[in-house]
Every structure is written in structure tokens, then in C-alpha cells.
Design a binder for this molecule. Structure first.
Ligand SMILES: NC(=O)c1ccc[n+]([C@@H]2O[C@H](COP(=O)([O-])OP(=O)(O)OC[C@H]3O[C@@H](n4cnc5c(N)ncnc54)[C@H](OP(=O)(O)O)[C@@H]3O)[C@@H](O)[C@H]2O)c1
Length: 349
């Protein structure tokens, strides 16, 4: 009898699975930089909330966190759960603000469950009756707000100006271009491969898209940009760096604005020298880097506009969804090589 009772009790213990950073990559990361741990979900303390994650967001910034060195954020500690945005459902709550069944966005990390202090601002309730839950990690989440902030605050495009965006089919780039179109701009994307370029023009409605796999060198990319941007470039939303930035700078109009959002081409430590920095002076360019988490005062305005656009179908988006937590490392490595087509997510339920 006692043995049976113990068995029943053990079966009722909830198991969590999490992926931790096991070692720091030298150059390109590999799956062995990660390890999988299984552990018990502890009992909830007063004020805590248990969240079952439905989707994990994979984002390029995670590559930077895997490094030891100084950056704008603390490195990801070794042997701890990998940082990451999540959406999920409250499974149990000992905080009056959260009820079982609430949909919540948070930074739950690469794991099936997280326990969160309900008192702070770590969780945000969301409504998935009109906007799908996963979109809160994409166009109506951090990537969407990133697009909104860089475009509106740094590029600040005027009607009929030309805006170029790299990684144009991705989570951030796709939103940048559609917002710029909604503001009356000519919008040109840069993306890798014919399928992504077709999607950028036909589905997202950009005026043109340049395939960087065809136009891989400076001369070819610069020529393609000249053809796609007959009036020059007024605003550039930079996601990639390297040759693409050099080529865009050659075509920037006087007093152009460059929002430096990311330089993914250099995230594995590749040097990204700038070919013609003197153009910043000659063309009187504004070149400004930004980190979306340092613009918290703009999030609610951005999310209001983005949410309305997604809910009414005016903002289109696409997702690459890998299945199961175990697929996260491979999917993340793929994201750094352009294998994703749209917002990269991991489905956990
Ligand atoms: N500053 C901030 O606060 C902030 C916040 C969020 C994101 N970001 C940055 O925004 C950029 C886009 O992020 P995202 O989440 O929207 O990712 P994403 O565009 O959905 O995916 C990354 C894309 O980058 C392109 N890429 C990858 N490696 C490349 C390489 N070596 N050369 C050229 N292109 C490469 C690929 O697109 P193609 O196949 O089209 O080349 C890939 O699909 C990243 O640089 C990220 O770090 C910055």
C-alpha cells in the first residue's frame, strides 16, 4: 500500500526540462554549447506564479549573450537556463493579479515552465482572442517594437522618402518595411534568396527586394541599390552590417539617417570593417545605434499601433516554428545562418 502511495505521489510531481549554456562558443556556436537538464518544478511560494510556456522566442541577441566579454547586457551565465522571451498560460498562481488560464508574456527562458514573482513587471497579461499568442513574441512583441522605435525615432521618414531595410523578411525587418510603407515611403528590402525576396515584395508589399546572395559583393549590391532606389536612400534600417552597409552608404542622400539595430553578419566574431566611413561626413549622415529595452517609454504607443495593425490584417508576418524544446539549439544556429523564414519560434506544447 505504502509503495503504491509513494508512486502516486511521485507521478504527481511536475517535471521541468530546461536548456542551459554549457560552454561559450569560439566563433560559430555548436549544439554542444548547450545542455539539457530535467528537474522538479518546486512548490509555489506566496506571491509566485507558475507559467507553462507555449512558445519560446529565438533571437539573434542570444548569440551576444553567449560571449564572456563586456556588452550592453550581462553575459548569459554558464550552467543556467538560457535567457529567452516566452508566451504561455498561468498553470497555478499564489498572486491575486494572476488567475489560472491567464495568457502571459515574459522572459521565461529555454524551458517548459517558469516560476515568476507576480509582484514585479516580469509578466504581462495578453489577450489571444484576436491576436494569436505567438504574435506577442513577434510583430506585437519585442521585434515589432524594435522596428517601430528604430524607424520612428531614428529614421523618422517623411512621405515619399526611400527607406531600405536589411534582413527584410525577418521578424524586425518585415515590420520596418510595412510601417514605412504605411507612412508613404518607397521601401526596398534586402534578403537572402528568391523565396524571401518574393515574399517581401508580393506579400509584405515592399516596392523592391534585392537578393544579397546574388549581389554578394560591394559593386554588385551598390549597382542593384542604384536601380532599386533611383532617388537615392534617405533612411536605412541596419540589421546585418558588412558589405551591405558599405553598399547602402554609397547610395545615401545628404542628411540620410541610419538606424543601427543589429550587425548579425559579425555576431560570430567576424570583423566588419567599414569601407567608406568618410561618407558619414561627406553625406552628413546621422548614424545611431539603439537597444529597444532602453526605450521603455515608447513600448505602449508602439504596441498599440502594431496590435491594431495585426488585428486588422494590415501588418503581415510569418513564423518559422520548430517543434519541441530539444529542437531549440539547432533552430537557433539556423537563425544565425538565415535558415529561418520569418520570426523564429519553438513550440513547447
Ligand atoms: N537593437 C535592438 O534592440 C534589437 C532588437 C531585436 C533585434 N535586433 C537585431 O535585429 C536584427 C534582426 O533580428 P530578427 O530577430 O528580426 O532576426 P531575423 O531577421 O528574423 O533573422 C535573422 C536574419 O538575418 C539574416 N542573416 C543571418 N546571418 C546573416 C549574415 N551572415 N549575413 C547577412 N544576413 C544574415 C538572415 O536573413 P536573410 O536570409 O534574409 O539574409 C536571417 O534570417 C538582428 O541583427 C538582431 O540582432 C536588435
Amino acid at each position: 500500500m505504502r509503495a503504491e502511495g509513494e508512486k502516486i505521489q511521485r507521478l504527481s510531481i511536475m517535471r521541468n526540462v530546461q536548456i542551459q549554456l554549457a560552454s561559450r562558443p569560439l566563433g560559430e556556436p555548436v549544439v554542444d554549447n548547450f545542455k539539457t537538464i530535467e528537474l522538479e518544478v518546486p512548490d509555489l511560494q506566496e506571491g509566485q506564479v507558475l507559467v507553462r510556456h507555449h512558445y519560446l522566442s529565438l533571437d539573434p541577441y542570444m548569440r551576444g549573450r553567449m560571449n564572456e566579454g563586456r556588452s550592453y547586457a550581462q553575459p548569459q551565465p554558464l550552467n543556467e537556463v538560457m535567457i529567452g522571451g516566452t508566451v504561455g498560460v498561468v498553470e497555478a498562481s499564489r498572486h491575486p493579479r494572476y488567475q489560472v488560464g491567464d495568457r502571459v508574456v515574459g522572459m521565461g527562458g529555454w524551458q517548459l515552465y517558469s516560476i515568476v514573482d507576480g509582484e514585479g513587471h516580469a509578466l504581462h497579461k495578453v489577450d489571444d482572442s484576436v491576436i494569436p499568442l505567438s504574435a506577442y513574441l513577434g510583430p506585437v512583441g519585442m521585434p515589432g517594437v524594435t522596428a517601430w522605435v528604430g524607424l520612428n525615432e531614428i529614421i523618422a521618414p517623411r512621405e515619399a522618402e526611400t527607406v531600405v531595410v536589411s534582413a527584410a523578411s525577418g521578424a524586425v525587418g518585415s515590420v520596418v518595411g510595412q510601417l514605412a510603407k504605411a507612412r508613404g515611403c518607397r521601401v526596398v528590402g534586402i534578403a537572402g534568396g528568391p523565396d524571401k525576396c518574393d515574399y517581401v515584395t508580393r506579400t509584405l508589399g515592399f516596392d523592391a527586394c534585392i537578393d544579397h546572395k546574388i549581389h554578394g559583393d560591394l559593386k554588385s549590391m551598390s549597382t542593384a541599390l542604384k536601380a532599386a532606389c533611383p532617388g537615392g536612400i534617405d533612411g536605412y534600417f541596419e540589421n546585418v552590417g558588412g558589405t551591405i552597409l558599405d553598399a547602402v552608404m554609397l547610395r545615401m542622400n545628404a542628411f540620410g539617417r541610419i538606424a543601427v539595430c543589429g550587425m548579425i553578419a559579425g555576431y560570430n566574431g567576424e570583423p566588419l570593417p567599414m569601407a567608406h566611413p568618410s561618407l558619414i561626413l561627406v553625406s552628413r549622415l546621422k548614424v545611431q545605434g539603439f537597444i529597444v529595452s532602453e526605450h521603455m517609454h515608447l513600448w505602449s504607443s508602439a504596441l498599440k499601433e502594431l496590435g491594431a495593425m495585426v488585428a486588422t490584417g494590415r501588418l503581415k508576418y510569418r513564423e518559422s516554428i520548430s517543434q519541441g524544446l530539444a529542437s531549440a539549439p539547432e533552430a537557433f544556429l539556423g537563425l544565425l545562418k538565415g535558415k529561418n523564414f520569418g520570426k523564429q519560434l519553438v513550440k513547447l506544447t
